[in-house]
Design a protein. Structure first.
Length: 485
C-alpha cells in the first residue's frame, strides 16, 4: 500500500521592532546578556504588559498580504508552561481568537505557482535563551539570557498542505522573501529570526483522514527543514513496515548528525490551561487601521514577478531571481526602462550579483556607485555593439570602481574601441595573409572557420575591435562570395 506524507508547518517570525512586545525594553540582538530587561519581561510581581502597536501592525500587514481574514477584536491568552527561560512561567500568546485566519502564500514551484493555505497568524512573545551546559571550573552549569524574553513573534500555522520536503523548503523561501519584502523581519534563520517546526504524518494515498503526527522542533535552516522532514518520513515509513504504531511525539532534529531524537511525548492543548490574559484588554484592529495598512502595502513579490515577465519580456527564472529582493527589483526596473529588458536582467543577475557578493555590498551600495542612468548608458552601448564583448566586462568593473560615463572611462584607460573600417581593415588583411590555410578552408565551404579568423583579429586588436564589424570586413575581403552550401 502506497503511503503519502502530509506535512504542516508552524513558523515563528521575529518581528524587527525597536522595543519588545509588552514593555519598552530594546528588542535588539547581541546586547550584553540580561541588559535589556525590566520588571515586565522579567515577570516581576505587579508589572503590567502593554501591547506594542508596531508589532501588531506587522501582523496586520503580513495577514493582509496573505489574504487572511483580520479579526477586529482578537484576544491575548496565557499559555501556562514551565519555561526556565520565561520567568513568568507562562507565555502571552493568542489561542482561540487569533488576529488573522485563513489566507494562503503563493509559492513558485517547478510545476508552476501554487498557493499553500494557512490556518492562522497570531501575535505572541518570545522566550529567553538558555545556554547549557557550559563548563565552569569543574562544574557544568546552564545560563539564561532574558534579553530575548518578550521580543515580538508572529506565529504562522499552515494547513497540512505539503506532500514532500521540497515543497516545505520552497514555502519557507517564499515566506522569508515576503517578511523581508514587507520590512517585518530580516528572516535570518541562522540568527533564529525565522524558526520552523514541522508536523509530519503518513497515510494511505487517497485517504483523507490524517495519520498520527509527530512534531519536529529545532529546524533552524531551510535545508535543515528539508532534511529533518525527509528523515522523519523515512523513520515513519520504516516503523510502519515493521508493524510499529506511530506515537504522537515531539522530536528534535540534530542537523550535524542528521538524526532525530524524541524530546517528549506530545502534550495536548489542554495541558497548557490556556485562558484569556487578564492583564491585557482585547486587541482591537479597527477598520480604519486595517484599510490604511492595506492601502500602504507594496506590490507583492509574486505580483511583481509576474509583471516583470510581462513588461520587460524576461523569462520566469529571471523574474524569480530579480524578485528575490525589493531593492533588486527596483534597481532592475530603473535600469530596464526603455532599454533591452533581457540584456539588463543578464547583467544584473550575473555581474551585479557577483560583484556585490564578492565585495560584500548591498544592492543599495551598488546603486549608489552605479546609479541606473549610468548602467542604462552602458547597456545602450553594449546593445548598439559599441563595446565589444570582452571589453564590456572590463568597462563594467570600471563603472563600479570609478566615476564617469562610458566614454570617459574608455578615454581614461586609453582604450579606443575600434569600430571603423579604417581602423580594422589593416588588421583584417594582416590576419588573412598570415592564415592561408583557414582562408582556403573558408573558401572551400567550411564556414565555421570565419569564427577562428574573427578571433585572430580580436586578439590583434587587444579585444578592442567590435566583432560584428570585423566579421563584415572579413566576409567582404574573402571575396564577398557566399561559400557553397
Ligand atoms: Zn522589559
Amino acid at each position: 500500500m502506497a503511503l503519502e506524507a502530509v506535512i504542516g508547518l508552524e513558523c515563528h517570525i521575529q518581528v524587527a521592532t525597536r522595543t519588545k512586545m509588552f514593555c519598552g525594553c530594546p528588542a535588539e540582538f547581541g546586547a550584553a546578556p540580561n541588559s535589556n530587561v525590566c520588571p515586565v519581561c522579567l515577570g516581576l510581581p505587579g508589572a503590567l504588559p502593554v501591547a506594542n502597536r508596531a508589532a501588531v501592525d506587522a501582523a496586520l500587514r503580513l495577514g493582509l498580504a496573505l489574504g487572511c481574514e483580520i479579526r477586529e477584536e482578537s484576544v491575548f491568552a496565557r499559555k501556562n508552561y514551565f519555561y526556565p527561560d520565561m520567568p513568568k512561567n507562562y507565555q502571552i500568546t493568542q489561542y482561540d481568537r487569533p488576529m488573522c485566519e485563513g489566507g494562503a502564500l503563493p509559492v513558485a514551484l517547478a510545476a508552476g505557482s501554487r498557493g499553500f493555505p494557512l490556518i492562522r497568524i497570531h501575535v505572541e512573545e518570545d522566550t529567553g535563551k538558555s545556554f547549557h551546559p557550559e563548563r565552569h571550573g569543574d562544574r557544568r552549569i546552564s545560563r539564561v539570557d532574558f534579553n530575548r524574553a518578550g521580543v515580538p513573534l508572529l506565529e504562522l500555522v499552515t494547513q497540512p498542505a505539503f506532500r514532500d520536503p521540497a515543497e516545505c523548503a520552497a514555502f519557507l523561501t517564499a515566506l522569508r522573501r515576503l517578511v523581508r519584502w514587507l520590512g517585518i523581519s530580516d528572516g535570518e534563520m541562522e540568527k533564529g529570526h525565522l524558526r520552523c517546526d514541522a508536523n509530519v504524518s503518513l497515510r494511505p494515498a487517497g485517504q483523507s483522514e490524517l495519520g498520527t503526527k509527530t512534531e519536529i522542533k529545532n529546524l533552524n535552516s531551510i535545508r535543515g527543514v528539508e532534511r529533518g522532514v525527509t528523515a522523519e518520513i523515512a523513520r515513519q515509513n520504516l516503523a510502519r513496515l515493521s508493524g510499529e504504531r506511530i506515537e504522537q511525539a515531539t522530536l528534535l532534529y540534530d542537523a550535524d548528525h542528521d538524526r532525530l531524537a524524541v524530546m517528549r511525548s506530545k502534550e495536548h492543548a489542554h495541558d497548557y490551561r490556556y485562558f484569556p490574559e487578564p492583564d491585557l484588554p482585547r486587541l482591537r484592529v479597527e477598520a480604519a487601521w486595517r484599510d490604511e495598512a492595506r492601502a500602504a502595502l507594496p506590490e507583492l513579490p509574486w505580483t511583481r514577478a509576474a509583471r516583470l515577465e510581462r513588461e520587460y519580456a524576461v523569462p520566469a527564472y529571471d523574474a524569480q531571481v530579480l524578485g528575490e529582493r525589493r531593492e533588486l527589483c527596483d534597481y532592475f526596473e530603473d535600469c530596464a526602462r526603455g532599454a533591452d529588458g533581457k540584456l539588463a536582467s543578464n547583467w544584473i543577475m550575473t555581474e551585479v550579483l557577483r560583484m556585490t557578493n564578492e565585495r560584500g555590498w548591498s544592492i543599495d551600495d551598488w546603486a549608489r556607485r552605479v546609479p541606473p542612468d549610468r548602467l542604462r548608458e552602458f547597456l545602450a552601448r553594449v546593445s548598439a555593439r559599441d563595446i565589444p564583448g570582452p571589453l564590456a566586462k572590463q568597462v563594467f568593473t570600471w563603472l563600479a570602481d570609478e566615476e564617469g560615463g562610458v566614454a570617459e572611462l574608455l578615454d581614461r584607460h586609453r582604450v579606443r574601441v575600434q569600430a571603423s573600417r579604417d581602423d580594422l581593415l589593416p588588421l583584417v588583411r594582416e590576419v588573412l595573409n598570415q592564415n592561408p590555410g583557414p582562408v582556403a578552408q573558408y573558401r572551400g565551404g567550411k564556414i565555421a572557420t570565419l569564427g577562428f579568423l574573427v578571433g585572430q583579429v580580436m586578439k590583434k586588436s587587444a579585444g578592442q575591435a567590435v566583432p560584428q564589424v570585423v566579421q563584415d570586413l572579413l566576409k567582404a575581403e574573402l571575396g564577398g562570395q557566399r561559400p557553397p552550401s
